[in-house]
Design a protein around this ligand. Structure first.
Ligand code: CU
Length: 158
């Protein structure tokens, strides 16, 4: 136990001064058809830091508007998308998966078609870690995880 604590403290000191250390894994962007006016991005957000963080905004030149969305079931059992107002939490030492049928980043009003194999510059803004720029590959063909529903079949709640 003492040894574990020593290692944990050493790790925390090495990580200073940044408290929230965010990593993004397996990001990809897709649209349901080549001519869709909207698309969605999925990724795994990992927090190696000692402090909880939260994805609060996303922006990109390829879309007029980018929102954080989730899927939920309405009273009729129909899955609908709605905006996540409070941001997406990424707990310290944990992760949050954005996946088909669940939370996702929604690109609305695309300025052009999302070319298969191209990469799109996207800026993620975290409450603690601040802005992070990354290139997200367009992959329309990636299969959803087993049991997850296809984004293209969903309707917006508004
Ligand atoms: Cu959406």
């Amino acid at each position: 136990m003492t040894r574990f604590l020593t290692v944990a403290i050493a790790a925390a000191l090495l990580a200073a001064p940044a408290c929230a250390e965010i990593m993004v894994k397996d990001a990809y962007l897709r649209s349901s058809t080549p001519t869709s006016a909207s698309g969605a991005a999925f990724m795994t957000l990992m927090n190696d830091g000692a402090e909880d963080d939260r994805l609060i905004a996303v922006s990109s030149d390829v879309a007029g508007r980018v929102e954080l969305h989730t899927h939920s079931e309405d009273e009729n059992g129909v899955m609908r998308m709605s905006e996540i107002e409070e941001g997406i939490p990424v707990p310290a030492g944990g992760m949050h998966r954005l996946a088909r049928g669940g939370d996702h980043v929604m690109f609305m009003g695309l300025t052009g078609p999302l070319e298969q194999g191209s990469e799109v510059p996207v800026t993620l803004t975290f409450e603690k870690a601040g802005e992070m720029q990354l290139m997200i590959p367009v992959d329309h063909d990636r299969k959803p995880d087993h049991g997850a529903m296809d984004h293209g079949a969903m309707k917006h709640g508004d």
